[in-house]
Write a protein that binds this ligand. Sequence first.
Ligand code: MD3
Ligand code: FE
Length: 217
Amino acid sequence: MTADLFEAVLDVRPPREAMADGAVLLRGFAKPVEADLIAALRAIVAQAPFRHMFTPGGHQMSVAMTNCGGAGWVTDRNGYRYDGADPESGKPWPAMPPVFCELASQAAAQVGFDGFAPDACLINRYAPGARMSLHQDKDEQDFSAPIVSVSLGLPAIFLFGGIKRSDKPRRYRLAHGDVAVWGGPSRLFFHGVAPLAFGEHAAMGHQRINLTFRKAR
Ligand code: MD3
Ligand code: FE
């Protein structure tokens, strides 16, 4: 408790933390471009609004999603897939803004994945109570490319398991501006997000947004 209070006041957490082999958390890495990210996000959502997709099992997701880039991740009664077009509009997903692509590529390079050029950016919106159950990201063609995630708005508890579903997840707090890179052996690790706690963030309000950059094709 006292240690947590000191950490909150002094912000003594290290800027870079290894979570697993190939998985690195870069705290605050997106802060220098946060205003540009938020402006670009607004423009994307005006073209391709957030929606609650259905899983193949028929459940509606608590997380609302949209995409930008050449390939967008979608789920419906037919399954999970990448689609070049937004099924709601029939139009291509909005282009990936240069500030998104450059941030993802620079974060990957920090961790030793040079030349990361994502073609997909899934944008997840969590309202309080929204969660993502434990899963693997395996709808992509090439698992040698890492995944980069950028957290904005309210903090979340990220659950990071192992290669087996039964591996006990460790918990990491992901806050506004944090960027994580998941490559190498950790690329196929199970992971999820605990139900979002209520709160208010100065720039983002009552929500958490996560940008997940992937090489899908
Ligand atoms: C670890 N999103 O969209 S991003 C997802 O915060 C997803 O919205 C979460 O999991 C979110 O699929 C977590 C962090 C993340 C993304 C992919 C990973 C962590 C990962 C792939 C392998 C291991
Ligand atoms: Fe995932």
